[in-house]
Design a protein around this ligand. Sequence first.
Ligand code: IPT
Length: 998
Amino acid sequence: MKSSLFLVATQALLSYALSSGGRPDILIRDLAEKRDAKQDIVTWDEHSLFVKGERVLIFSGEFHPFRLPVPSLWIDVLQKVKALGFNCISFYVDWALLEGKPGDFSAEGVFDLKPFFDAAQKVGLYLIARPGPYINAEVSGGGFPGWLQRVRGLLRSSAPDYLNATDNYIANIGKIIADAQITNGGPVILFQPENEYSGAGDYTPFPDGSYMEYVLQQARDAGIVVPLISNDASPLGHNTPGTGEGEVEIYGHDGYPLGFDCAHPTVWPKGNLPTNYRSLHLEQSPSTPYSILEFQAGSFDPWGGWGFEQCSALVNHEFQRVFYKNNYAAGVTINNLYMIYGGTNWGNLGHPGGYTSYDYGSVIKEDRTITREKYSELKLQATFLQSSPGYLTATPGKSSDKIYSDNPDITVTPILANSTDEASFFVVRHTNYSSFESTNYKVKLPTSQGTLTIPRANQSLSLNGRDSKVIVTDYDVQGTKLLYSTAEVFTHLKQGNQTLLILYAGPNEHNEFAIEAPSSTQVKKVAGDESFSVTSSNSNFLTVNWATPKERSIVRVGDNILVYLLDRNAAYNYWLTDIEGTKDKVVINGPYLVRSASLKDNELHIKADFNASTTVEVLGISGTKVFINDAETSTESSDFATTANVSVNSPSLTIPKLADLEWKYIDSLPEIQKEYDDSQWTKADHKSTDNTYQPLVAPVSTYSSDYGYHTGVLLYRGHFNATGNEGNFSLWTQGGSGFAVSVWLDDHLLSSFGGNPANASYRGKYDVTGAGLEAGTEHVFTVVVENMGLSENWIVADEMKQPRGILGWRLETSKATNTPISWKLTGNLGGEDYLDRIRGPLNEGGLFVERQGYHLPGAPTESWVSHSPLEGIGLPGIAFYSTSFDLNLPSDEWDIPLAFSFSNDTAASGIYRAQLYVNGWQFGKLASNVGPQTVFPVPEGILNYNGKNYVGISLWALEQGGAKIPGLELVAGTPVWTSREKVELVDSPGWKKREGAY
Ligand code: IPT
């Protein structure tokens, strides 16, 4: 099935091409063929998507399975998203993790997407697949494997060597995704090729339609038949339907109106509320649903940044109210929030602009706990929209500070129904969108009863500070017309002849609704302590006006309608939950989280989580037994709800004190010792480089990716035969923002560069005059360079090719003469032939202990000396510490967040870099002098909650005085009594002696 508008557009193009001469026949055949819908399950018109013929609002959140390498936990995140009222997840795939070596694609274990697809299917979420090949996403190389640094052609262009490099990945991942499409019974409904193909350096023509055409064709060739959608960086109109070559089927764009600087979380700069989205959409892509493929739901945070609490404060519940409702005012019906759950940049997968945590300040935190206010606000919004089918076909109109409000400080944007039989929506905000004022106003709204000035009772409405409201008119509540409500709708449902309507409002507000009812109808307050008044203004509509109660008031209108008037904070505790296998729903008030509900044999089974003792109310279903997490509850019934008490007695947890454990120590910088043998290291002997970004300034390339080393710490050994006249040694290194470098001459540290967020590279000069280099003697520079990940490639300008390692050097003997140095280098053992096929190509870097595999459980620590990282080392160098401990936590019933917390006191500790390995998985990178992260959450599944754990810490002391870790603890958060599925321990293969390790 094709939408009619789509046909019209195709025909228009066809007749245009026919009349325009040239070689239209070919063009037309190609394009027409391409546009022939490949399936009829996912279709669209100008309003929305249809799935299986049914109009749907896509309310989606971004989640990256690869940032939570515990597949059995994916369903937990997905259930938490579903419980928001969402029906979709958008996900990236990170190519760099799947094809560490050209031609060697592997998506097994934690990289296997099958359990993710299964979880989505089980939970009932659609998926938007975004496999790149370019993804950005704050991952190393923006998803490009390091070996792309050796591709000469411009990345993300029509250069044949670039396109060839992508073929294997897209053929493989495309097939995996194709098999999971809804047309094959799977959850995938949309596919986004490329990512923000929105800009380029000015030396290349942009946009390159034939390039995008190739990318689209790759997807089709891999069997993708669902609609292809784009995500322009902002509404720039690239590759929109109708532009011909390179056009996608559904145009979408991104939006990050507050940007990514979490320094001033209360500042909303003037003019940052996008008020032109609707008009741009009508210019750019009027025949497709208005789609925002990424809208800000938090922020990334760089090295030296402000921390994610502050990002969460920047993009907080007020941001959600004002900005998200502004998007609804623009008529968005495919809506994806970036990120809904951020996760972790474990194992070096991040780019240099970020640290280990990718929490993102999202509604679900890195440790999977849910933020009360942000999460709950989003739940109110999504549940409302999913309860309001009229939204999908209503038409957004022009904002005005006059037509619909009596106060110019209030702007209202209408979303108007096509007839008064249907609902209209009015989005109210402050004209100065960032205002903190409390503003009184009345609205003047067109309704089926003529234009009404509301409220009709004496009080005004008020908008308090950074808030926005959606007022509905002529809104269908289960067959009864709600003429209007100034309080916002959460949801409504019907059981038998009983209708339940739930409204909510902020504190210190007066609100009013008017509902269809004969004038003789009685309104009775059945619960609540606040006053409310009732007037009947004409024979058909009954008006109720009330002040927001402390928690709630409940009123009965006539015999059959129950209206809950909630304080917003109380509304946060309400959940609208599908009854599995039916179209029915139930409202549940109380739990920390409600995952699912099912009804059989008059038993209602609820799966829910609790972080405290809670009274649970079930609304909208009565007369059933209630089971919570498989236990029958004793219930009480009033005439509006069934109530059960759940008591939660937190378990007492035994968490080992890391400081008291026995730690084993081994030196991880044996390279500086005289007898160290580097004969197996890679010789830096390439006389040229394929890196087209950074021309060589040296006689040979020392760029790490020229030799297959793309991740983690890099080590160089530079051998030279001294003349006795050496003066300055200059060294130019590059590791990305925040990187550190230590330079050793033989076993003596010349100096370290401690790094800072502003420096991606560093030019050091070291005076070796006094180093006693005698003529004819052999010496070695050992250089440790941290690779913070490869740069992204956000615009088409090859920035991903910025090399890592040593870029240039000079050992000066006089103004004109140098002492030649021959360099060797290493990164992770094996380079692109990486050894750890389970943890993937990026998890281990080039430290001695990593090359030996000593970060893996079962490392031969017996022979190591006992020594604690809290004592540290008194000399510069790299130490490695490991310990083991058992956990025995009640994790079948309790979700217990655990994190490794380092106390940071650079004055006491010296400047250091640490890496944390948990059962072999690198789950933390700490830069003591850069920050901000010192607490590293590690999920169950990586940590064995019921058995043995092996923990390693590398400690790179940058200064002459050495370093220590001043304090280290394993910290538990509040245990949540959980109904999640059991967590499966992730396969974490142990140490085996590595043949040929050096
Ligand atoms: C947008 C990218 O598409 C996404 O991958 C991610 O990097 C996000 O930004 C930021 O977290 S690009 C945006 C700067 C328009």
